[in-house]
Design a protein around this ligand. Structure first.
Ligand code: SF4
Ligand code: FES
Length: 270
């Protein structure tokens, strides 16, 4: 089905009050619904009035305002997550026509009709388009993704960074924990136990920080364990889908190199 044909049904839906405004478009979409983590998923169709420049979130808001299916049946409002509405928090990450995207930053124009919205597949579904991404935060604990402090008393200015390191750290720090890179990574699945691209990039990030570097060996030990850096098969899907342009493949390469040195050191000391 192409952009130019269906979904853009020109006529008002049966029972619709009022006429279609010239500036709006009737958009057909299908949403994969699931009432609870254990419930059976199913697809539900809608036809929604969308103004020019509408995003996918605007369609969902319209369904929330008027929860009626394409055939005029009242239904429950679709549930999804959102916060920033400007591609900063990652909460609205979902599959739009099978592609992982942020619904708040995805324009309706140009999307194949009917637009299909589904939850991410690599995380447990909580309800409809909401998934439980807490595994990502658990993995941050595994790699000690923090700077340990030994007190809160003021100690003057912190250590200085070179401009080059600061810039690299800034690129890595753009990650918003959206999960898109995990969704796209073929190695991130229940069988490999892979820690995922974003967490490897965080290992590189904390290895840069003069205060966090003291515990970098513990992070490298974590990524030398099963499911760690050796599980990456260099598919490079992660870097293609990352909405923040985090240089994942380069960061993973740097962590692979550091982990190799750490592994050799451990072997020579044993
Ligand atoms: S690295 Fe990119 S794709 Fe992966 S979680 Fe962070 S922002 Fe999302
Ligand atoms: S609502 Fe924050 S990224 Fe979409």
């Amino acid at each position: 089905m192409g952009v130019d044909d269906p979904g853009r049904t020109g006529a008002p839906a049966p029972g619709d009050a009022g006429s279609t405004r010239a500036s709006t478009e009737r958009v057909a979409l299908r949403v994969r619904r699931q009432a609870s983590p254990s419930a059976r998923p199913y697809w539900e169709a809608y036809v929604v009035e969308a103004p020019p420049g509408a995003t996918v979130i605007a369609l969902l808001l319209e369904i929330r305002r008027r929860p009626v299916t394409a055939d005029g049946r009242p239904t429950t409002p679709v549930v999804w997550e959102m916060s920033c509405l400007e591609e900063v928090c990652g909460a609205c990450t979902m599959l739009v026509n099978g592609r992982v995207r942020q619904a708040c930053a995805t324009l309706v124009a140009g999307l194949r009709r009917p637009i299909r919205l589904a939850p991410l597949t690599k995380f447990p579904v909580v309800r409809d388009l909401v998934v439980d991404r807490s595994v990502m935060f658990e993995q941050l604990k595994r790699i000690r993704a923090w700077v340990a402090i030994d007190g809160t008393a003021p100690r003057g200015p912190g250590p200085r960074f070179s401009e080059q390191l600061r810039q690299w750290g800034y690129e890595l720090s753009k990650c918003m924990t959206c999960g898109a890179c995990l969704e796209a990574c073929p190695q991130y699945n229940p069988w490999t136990g892979f820690i995922g691209p974003t967490n490897l990039a965080w290992v590189d990030y904390f290895g840069l920080h003069p205060n966090a570097r003291a515990t970098q060996d513990e992070r490298l030990d974590a990524v030398l364990a099963p499911g760690g850096v050796q599980t990456c098969a260099n598919a490079q899907n992660c870097v293609r889908v990352c909405p923040k342009g985090v240089p994942l493949t380069e960061a993973i390469y740097r962590v692979k190199r550091a982990a190799l040195v750490r592994g050799l050191r451990r072997w020579s000391e044993s």
